[in-house]
Design a binder for this molecule. Structure first.
Ligand code: UGA
Length: 463
């Protein structure tokens, strides 16, 4: 199949490279010359495990190419995917569709024959129909079928999510477009992936409903973590206890400092607006947004309390800046608000993230000292805060931390350590929703980090 991908952002690049790897011929359209030159040379502007290999291999196999000219790309294409950004519109939380409509207009001008246009960007319900109307107005001479095909890729595990999805959702209205999409996803379907065909509006809503539900799950376990602290319960036991109920499921039940990233915050806000505008407001989603904002802004206060009521003049090591592991994305990352508030309160921040440091420099106060590794961040620190659960932090030794630090306080916002091991090493450990230092059984925990959805031994053992 011949596929055109408009947009070389996260979704466009991952989807384009994966479609190519599955055997299609993919042309990615990118307007920016600097990015285009870098991509043609196999240099990837984002950090995503395995993406560079996939891009380089498929360029070499002549299945993946890049251009800035619509006209060059679209001739003979079986389908054109719109994968441009839809950021939150300033002020009202609605998705900004400027890039989507600009891409649709550029495409309409360049088309030379009938085409299937597929929206992969996350767009409000009704957008597919608006694009169809716009294309029909601009090119009444051509038959243009519009399809909605939302993506469910997680940053950090996007390639795996694309190649082994739980399902592919395709909102489609004509038999021809249905056949084209069926063929494009044929290899995945053969491998057992369900292809769910729906109407346009349902497909568009499925994307928001899925992200809203997952955000709600995370928010729920975060509230349970707070409750556990008040009642002396252990949130990891509670998460496991409810997650083993197959109606609930064990994934997305890891408590943390509040969800961030480029999707949950933006999509919950957009879903709230969509529901309000439709006259069917979602009280649940509104509560999730409020609870998550409050949680994120409360995290610095929690750290200050654990540090004894003040951080003025204290050296605080911060491990993890990206909103989750295996990405350099800092959009809406909890670390940003935490570091700003601690710095305002007079703390001296020494931060480390395996790949997010470059992106962090423009977002964090100038006074932040960037360390070359976790050990340097811990050196002479009065307190150490774990904000992102990178795997390399999990293997840090409690004894070494104690030896390196000036103080004894570890505030772990991701529950990556066993409280008892920390206590034995003489550290004052502050986990989330767990009794600090109670003798904890050495059992494998359901540490459902966002990236390890398939690696949850506790669930697998119990199944
Ligand atoms: C999310 C969805 O999971 C994807 O299915 C979707 O395609 C994507 O948004 C999107 O709309 O493009 P992503 O934002 O990359 O993916 O990351 P997640 O792994 O979902 O994590 C989102 C946030 O929730 C992170 O801040 C993470 O730390 C937090 N989280 C997640 C928890 O605090 N606990 C959990 O158990 C899981």
């Amino acid at each position: 199949m011949r596929i055109v991908m408009i947009g070389d952002g996260y979704v466009g690049l991952v989807s384009g490279a994966c479609f190519a790897d599955l055997g299609s011929h993919v042309t990615v359209v990118e307007a920016d010359h600097g990015r285009l030159t870098a991509l043609k040379a196999g240099r990837i502007p984002i950090y995503e495990p395995d993406l560079d290999r996939l891009v380089v291999e498929n360029i070499a196999a002549s299945r993946l190419s890049f251009t800035h000219r619509f006209e060059e790309a679209v001739g003979g294409a079986d389908a054109v995917f719109l994968a441009v950004g839809t950021p939150s519109r300033r002020g009202d939380g609605h998705a900004d569709l400027g890039h989507v409509f600009a891409a649709a207009e550029g495409l309409a001008a360049a088309l030379t024959g009938p085409t299937v246009v597929v929206t992969k960007s996350t767009v409000p319900v009704g957008t597919g129909r608006r694009i169809a109307a716009l294309m029909a107005e601009l090119r009444p001479d051509l038959e243009i079928e519009v399809v909605s095909n939302p993506e469910f890729l997680r940053e950090g595990s996007a390639i795996r999510d694309f190649m082994r999805p739980d399902r592919v959702v395709i909102g489609v209205e004509t038999p021809h477009a249905r056949a084209v999409l069926g063929q494009i996803y044929g290899r995945l379907a053969l491998g057992g992936t369900p292809l769910l065909f729906t109407g346009l509006e349902s497909a568009e809503l499925i994307k928001y409903a899925a992200n809203g539900f997952l955000a709600m799950k995370v928010t729920y376990i975060n509230e349970m973590a707070d409750l556990c602290e008040r009642l002396g319960a252990d949130v990891l036991d509670v998460a496991q206890g409810i997650g083993l109920d197959r109606r609930i499921g064990g994934k997305f039940l890891a408590p943390g400092p509040g969800f961030g990233g480029s999707c949950f915050p933006k999509d919950t806000l957009a879903l709230m607006r969509i529901a309000q505008d439709a006259g069917a407001p979602s009280r649940l989603i509104e509560a999730v947004i409020g609870a998550n904002d409050a949680r994120k802004s409360g995290m610095a206060g929690r750290i200050i309390a654990a540090a004894g009521g003040t951080v003025r003049g204290r050296r605080i090591g911060v491990l993890g800046l990206a909103f989750k592991p295996d990405t350099d994305d800092l959009r809406d990352a909890p670390a940003i608000g935490i570091i700003h508030r601690l710095s305002e309160d007079g703390a001296k921040i020494r931060a480390y993230d395996p790949v997010g440091m470059e992106a962090a420099r423009g977002l964090l106060p100038g006074s932040v000292h960037y360390c070359r590794d976790a050990a340097e961040a811990a050196q002479e620190a009065d307190a150490l805060v774990i904000v992102t659960e990178w795997n390399e932090f999990r293997s840090l030794s409690a004894d070494r931390l104690k030896a390196a630090m000036r103080g004894r306080i570890i505030i772990d916002l991701r529950n990556i350590f066993e409280p008892e091991a920390m206590r034995r090493a003489g550290l004052r450990y502050h986990p989330l929703g767990r009794p600090p230092g109670r003798a904890a059984e050495a059992k494998v925990r359901m540490s459902a980090t966002a990236a390890d959805a398939d690696a949850q031994p506790a669930m697998a053992d119990a199944a």
